[in-house]
Design a protein around this ligand. Structure first.
Ligand SMILES: [Zn+2]
Length: 365
């Protein structure tokens, strides 16, 4: 993630903090100091927030280590001011596995809360404070309630909360994945409307959560529909076959002519049927400005880019294309360029697939 700082490595997973996080700490410390004029309270507040995020890391590790048991690695864990994100390489497709991965995070909080409650009980201290103050009160009691709050918040049955995934996994045990997601997203968005409504009557935090949940539900539903439309389709079915190649010794002026003459923006550069580079429109514009129109294509083309085989599946190809940051990817068969996979063409393919799917559903219904 951009603007993140690596702070360490746990169980083989890099942990990052977003750069807004130190700002959050400073803001909390300052506002505590301004309110109470006691330096110790300000530092107490900062220490408490750091502890809080330590708990969030443990929560995310709960997800990551459960996913690892199903053979799914985690790229990294990032702490944002609003919470943590464990970036799993993919989500398990098996509903039972998704259920366990989603529930593992809140389960960590429940376990920590149970330990705190047991310790408080053992020390003969009450579980509930008369005048609760998370920062100056008994730290064990603060930890207990923070963990209970995190478990409850994360189990709200709405994406992007863990509860949304739990709900989808439970539905997917009976229904197909796309329908299960759509129902879970609808439940989540209804909840978001309810939160927003209650929030408008005096709780701005709830309005914020409502927005967060609304966007999470919409995003998840779209991701699943895309995956469904691409599932089981080979790259060959969606690639462009009518495209232009460039030779390494052509000039940028020639390349610009091809851009103006057609719809193509990115060009595979081929030397005696061997793919040697990719010239994107951005490369061309940058090259024109830096080297002038008479420069050769191979002087400005990029040599590091992703390629894919025509027989590969479209779904992982789409993910790779998105992750590459480029708009197109050359498609190879036995080392020869046979097509181009572009984001624009994929968007068109998806639109047609969705339309065809709807027509089928109407016929069936
Ligand atoms: Zn979680």
């Amino acid at each position: 993630m951009k603007w993140s700082l690596r702070i360490g490595r746990l169980a083989g997973i890099d942990v990052f903090v977003h750069l807004t996080f130190p700002l959050l700490l400073a803001w909390i410390g300052l506002s505590y100091y301004l309110e109470r004029r006691v330096l110790a309270d300000a530092f107490g507040a900062i220490a408490f927030v750091i502890l809080l995020f330590g708990i969030v890391v443990l929560h995310e590790l709960g997800h990551a280590l459960t996913a690892r048991r199903f053979g799914i690695p985690t790229r990294d864990i990032t702490l944002l001011p609003i919470g943590g994100v464990a970036r799993l390489e993919k989500m398990p497709e098996e509903p039972g596995q998704e259920f366990l991965v989603a529930v593992a995070g809140p389960a960590v909080n429940v376990a920590l809360a149970a330990v705190c409650a047991a310790l408080l009980f053992g020390l003969g201290l009450p579980l509930i404070d008369e005048s609760p103050d998370l920062i100056t009160g008994n730290p064990l009691r603060s930890l207990l309630w923070v963990n209970i709050a995190l478990a409850v918040f994360n189990m709200i049955p709405a994406f992007p909360m863990d509860g949304g995934r739990v709900l989808r996994a439970l539905l997917a045990m009976r229904l197909d994945y796309v329908r299960a997601t759509r129902i879970a997203a609808t439940i989540g968005q209804s909840l978001a409307v309810a939160f927003g409504f209650i929030g408008l009557m005096g709780n701005p935090l709830l309005v914020f959560i409502a927005l967060f949940v609304w966007m999470g539900a919409a995003g998840e539903s779209q991701v699943v529909q895309v995956r469904h439309a691409l599932g089981g389709v080979p790259v060959r079915a969606a690639m462009i076959v009518d495209f232009r190649r460039l030779a390494p010794d052509e000039t940028l002026r020639d390349a610009a002519g091809h851009v103006l003459a057609g719809f193509q923006q990115d060009f595979p550069v081929v030397d005696r049927s061997r793919l040697v580079g990719l010239l994107t429109r951005d490369d061309l514009v940058r090259g024109m400005a830096a080297e002038g129109p008479n420069a050769r294509v191979d002087a400005v083309m990029r040599t590091e880019f992703e390629t894919i085989s025509a027989s590969d599946m479209l779904e992982p190809a789409y993910l790779r294309l998105q992750a590459s940051g480029l708009r197109s990817m050359p498609v190879l068969t036995a080392g020869t360029v046979v097509g181009l996979l572009t984001l624009e063409n994929l968007a068109e393919f998806l639109m047609l697939q969705t339309a065809a799917g709807r027509r089928q559903a109407v016929r069936r219904g």
